[in-house]
Write a protein that binds this ligand. Structure first.
Ligand code: FAD
Ligand code: NA7
Length: 457
């Protein structure tokens, strides 16, 4: 423990959870290792730190952000609430269940600002490369100080990779796309619906991005939205103006052809085809290689790289649970790094992972998937002192949310839930989501009467 050094790559919700986990011990007078968190952006918050940029950033690094204007939480906030920092504590009043991005950013920031975590973070610093030295059991990190254009290296005993996995697009090719005259982009580069006003828009994919970008473009005035699915349609009741069709086969000019023999003319295409787990700073033998699923292979408890448990990955799962899952992971990782938690031998770890993978491979739909991730969270909570929360109740809320979406994809964000942390029932938002075109924090937090006065003006 003495003189040990911990490197964290990324100051998004996962990296910040790791900092907060150590801080919780430090506050109790426990001596923690020396921690350095490297963040390539100039602020924390990861995905929640909105950037208007696409392509490369100010210093030529690939832009991390995939979030866009007018993004509202796609699940109830009660399902992601930190169990050691409630929404009530932060906002001092009940708020609705589906806040917009700036409000969730404010919440994430609120908890971390209460701590001294900032002093551990080196902003504008990219982790460029990592080597592991078997002889001294240390990681050497090659780091780029982007502002000063300076490269240096440092040694660490533990490496926490919290660099996210919704940043590097998975971009498929469709025959004829090179001659499509309209715009073609990946969801990663989508920054808002405005540019698609009055357009006929084609989205490829049938998961969160396709659903949300589709609904958002509909809300903000696209002429029509067509979602093209590969395996299964999203299958909710779509309003007139949004529809789902089978997979795109090819383009002829601006005409898209689909697997069921139909065709249609479009103005623009957004590939909502998911992301790659990409770790350009890691050598082959340390790199997590996985698709986006609920239990990536290679990592024990979804965290510890089985070949080398001093290498820790946070938040690499597909996500129903988010902030509270990253916390639960970070607390377990912390206890391992503090040498408080002893891991079983490698083959036993392998067996544990195989049991989870077996269950993963037999999952029966999204309700079953919610139960799977809920059990995973319970498993994590049993391993650390992260404040317990009622996981079964959260699972119920997730299932209600799935049902709400099936029932009406345009109004599910108007529903309210009750916090398992404080018992507070969420407020209804002063404006129905479909009518609310302003996602600013100021507007969101305004009281009902203030909004009415504003309307009367
Ligand atoms: P990230 O938030 O991606 O943070 C990773 C951090 O690592 C970034 O700050 C990045 O700059 C940094 N980094 C990466 N590489 C390097 C490097 N080499 N060196 C230094 N720093 C590096 N979740 C919800 O709960 N509700 C939602 O409504 C929701 N909507 C979403 C919408 C979109 C469009 C996307 C893409 C995701 C959404 N998510 C949502 C999931 C979201 O990814 C998580 O909430 C959360 O941001 C994941 O946290 P993270 O810290 O693991 O990763
Ligand atoms: P997801 O959830 O990983 O989904 C990716 C989708 O893209 C899924 O529907 C895939 O279909 C589809 N896909 C992938 N490759 C192709 C090709 N080649 N052709 C057609 N369709 C394809 O990513 P999202 O971006 O939706 O969500 C990621 C996060 O962003 C999420 O956490 C949200 O909160 C926001 P499949 O079903 O595999 O056939």
């Amino acid at each position: 423990m003495k003189n040990k050094r911990v490197a964290i790559i990324g100051a998004g919700p996962s990296g910040l959870a790791q900092l907060r986990a150590f801080e919780a011990l430090e506050k109790n007078g426990v001596q923690v290792p020396e921690i350095v968190c490297f963040e390539k952006q100039e602020n924390w918050g990861g995905m929640w730190n909105y950037s208007w940029r696409t392509g490369v950033g100010r210093y030529g690094e690939p832009v991390h952000g995939s979030m866009y204007k007018y993004l509202w939480s796609n699940g109830p906030k009660e399902c992601l609430e930190f169990s050691d920092y409630s929404f009530d504590e932060h906002f001092k009043k009940p708020i609705s269940s589906y806040p917009p991005r700036p409000v969730l950013f404010d919440y994430i920031e609120g908890r971390i600002k209460k701590s001294n975590a900032k002093k551990y973070i080196r902003f504008n610093t990219t982790a460029r490369w990592v080597d592991y030295n078997n002889a001294n059991q240390k990681f050497t990190l090659v780091l780029d100080n982007l502002k000063e254009n300076r490269t240096y290296s440092e040694e660490f005993d533990y490496l926490v990779v919290a660099s996210g996995h919704f940043s590097t697009p998975n971009m498929p090719y469709f025959k004829g796309i090179e001659d499509f005259p309209g715009g073609v982009m990946h969801a990663h580069d989508f920054r808002g619906a405005d540019q698609f006003k009055n357009q006929n828009l084609l989205l490829i994919g049938s998961s969160y991005s396709a659903e949300d970008i589709g609904v958002q473009c509909y809300k903000h005035g696209a002429k029509s939205v067509t979602l093209s699915y590969r395996s299964n349609p999203i299958g909710v009741e779509w309003p007139d103006g949004i529809k789902e069709v089978p997979l795109l086969t090819h383009f002829e000019g601006d005409i898209a052809h689909f697997a069921d023999g139909t065709s249609e003319k479009f103005d623009a295409v957004v590939m909502c085809t998911g992301y790659q787990h990409k770790f350009p700073f890691l050598p082959d033998e340390l790199r997590l290689k996985t698709k986006n699923n609920l239990y990536p292979d290679q990592v024990y408890k979804g965290i510890f790289f089985n070949e080398l448990p001093q290498l820790i990955y946070l938040g690499m799962q597909d996500q129903y649970y988010t902030f509270n899952m990253f916390d639960a992971q970070a607390w377990v990782a912390r206890d391992f790094m503090m040498e408080e938690l002893v891991l079983p031998e490698k083959d036993q770890r392998r067996k544990d992972m195989d049991d989870w993978l077996k269950r993963l491979n037999n999952l029966d739909g999204c309700y079953d998937a919610v139960d799977f991730q809920s059990d995973y969270i319970k498993d994590l909570l049993s391993l650390s002192d992260y404040p317990d929360f009622n996981v079964d109740k959260v699972a119920e809320m997730f299932k209600e949310w799935l049902g709400d979406k099936e029932e009406n994809i345009l109004t599910y964000r108007d529903k309210t839930f009750t916090s398992v942390v404080t018992g507070t029932k969420a407020e209804e938002h002063h404006t129905e989501w479909m009518e609310e075109l302003d996602d600013s924090k100021e507007r969101y937090l305004a009281f009902q009467d203030e909004v009415e006065i504003e309307l009367e003006k």
